[in-house]
Design a protein around this ligand. Structure first.
Ligand code: NDP
Length: 253
């Protein structure tokens, strides 16, 4: 499905990361993959995870450092000469902003969360565009807290709203270049980032009880949807937020 396609994956921290599940799904379908990591401590994780994958590239990229972003795309250009898809699976907010009241969010926490979790999407799309010479597909990860109040999700919910809106504006700008941009709104999954949200396990139990499928989603199910969105099977889908949440979002009372 993805033979001869090159993808860039942002956001693998470890094997539980949603980005890693996306990478495994894409790799199994023939894609060549470049991985970025933030900070030296993650380099070892990614290098270990990718050691049996052929023709990969592992480059540092903290999205708050524009020269690292530029260097990452230059490295992809140099190695592959093209880019067909990009999976954006990164987010951050200071821990203290992910508990208590949203009202107490500091200016710094707000700006940091919005910069890393939302601005990074248009930032990376701008760098990806010249490499997506034959069109392309960009996928980002959102959450239900973008549209409804989820206790403790706070400023990250605001950042995810900006992310979903950015998805639509980018889809409009990049459509003429045959570059599609979509978001996946994933149900909660126990990952490193998710552990930063207070009372995460309560969300998981609630979804088991209330979602139509009566269970939580797996990272691989999110990865499979990302695979669909970066493949030609989804060639007429852009600007959408697709729920991969065992149906939880459809429920009222
Ligand atoms: P992970 O912690 O595994 O992945 C988050 C990644 O974001 C990490 O690799 C992290 O690196 C990276 N990151 C943070 N700051 C930066 C930065 N400045 N520059 C580059 N990378 C950065 O968690 P998930 O897999 O859960 O998260 C992936 C995405 O999925 C996020 O957007 C998250 O909001 C979203 N999502 C997660 C859900 C869940 O329940 N897990 C549900 C719905 C959406 P580092 O570890 O160094 O900070």
């Amino acid at each position: 499905m993805l033979e001869n396609k090159v993808g860039m994956i942002f956001g693998v921290a470890n094997k539980r990361s949603i980005a890693w599940a996306c990478a495994e799904a894409c790799r199994e379908h023939g894609a060549e993959l470049a991985f970025t990591y933030q900070g030296e401590r993650l380099e070892r994780n990614i290098t270990r995870l990718t050691k049996d994958m052929e023709n990969t590239l592992v480059v540092p990229c903290d999205v708050t450092n524009q020269s690292e972003v530029d260097a990452a795309f230059e490295a992809v250009d140099k190695k592959y000469g093209r880019l067909d898809f990009l999976i954006h699976s990164i987010a951050f907010a200071p821990r203290e902003a992910l508990e208590g009241e949203f009202l107490d969010t500091s200016r710094d926490a707000f700006l940091t969360a919005l910069e890393i979790s939302a601005y990074s999407l248009p930032q990376l799309a701008l760098s990806a565009k010249p490499l997506m010479k034959d069109g392309g597909s960009i996928v980002t990860m959102s959450y239900y807290g973008a549209e409804k109040v989820v206790q403790n999700y706070n400023v990250m919910g605001v950042a995810k709203s900006a992310l979903e809106s950015s998805t639509r504006y980018l889809a409009n700008d990049l459509g003429k270049d045959n570059i599609r941009v979509n978001a996946i709104s994933a149900g909660p999954i126990k990952t490193l980032s998710a552990r930063g949200v207070k009372d995460m396990s309560t969300f998981l139990t609630h979804i088991e009880e209330r979602s139509p499928l009566k269970r939580n989603v797996t990272a691989r199910e999110v990865g499979n949807t990302a695979l669909f969105l970066v493949s030609d099977l989804s060639s007429a889908i852009t600007g959408e937020t697709i729920y991969v949440d065992c149906g939880f979002n459809i429920m009222g009372i």
